[in-house]
Design a binder for this molecule. Structure first.
Ligand SMILES: [Zn+2]
Length: 84
């Protein structure tokens, strides 16, 4: 059986197969959605469920994960990515 790497959602703390998650990466102080899942840098995984989306926006979960203020723009980008 093939081993499926699992990652934890930063919101609900549940584990999911890596490929199902949205990866947010910080590189050179900039945040972006890592579609290839191959970029270097500090990454956070997000399951993209509606509940988590609301929670993430409300609690500004990314700020905590990356220990810095994350621009609203990044949250917006992330939401757009999820609703696709
Ligand atoms: Zn989640």
């Amino acid at each position: 059986m093939k081993h499926v790497p699992q990652r934890t959602c930063i919101c609900c703390r549940q584990k999911f197969p890596k490929s199902q998650l949205i990866r947010i990466v910080r590189c050179d102080g900039k945040f972006f959605i890592d579609k290839s899942q191959k970029s270097d840098g500090r990454g956070a995984y997000f399951c993209g469920s509606n509940e988590c989306k609301i929670k993430l926006l409300k609690s500004r979960g990314l700020d905590r994960t990356f220990h810095q203020k994350v621009d609203d723009e990044v949250y917006k980008l992330l939401c757009e990515e999820i609703t696709k």
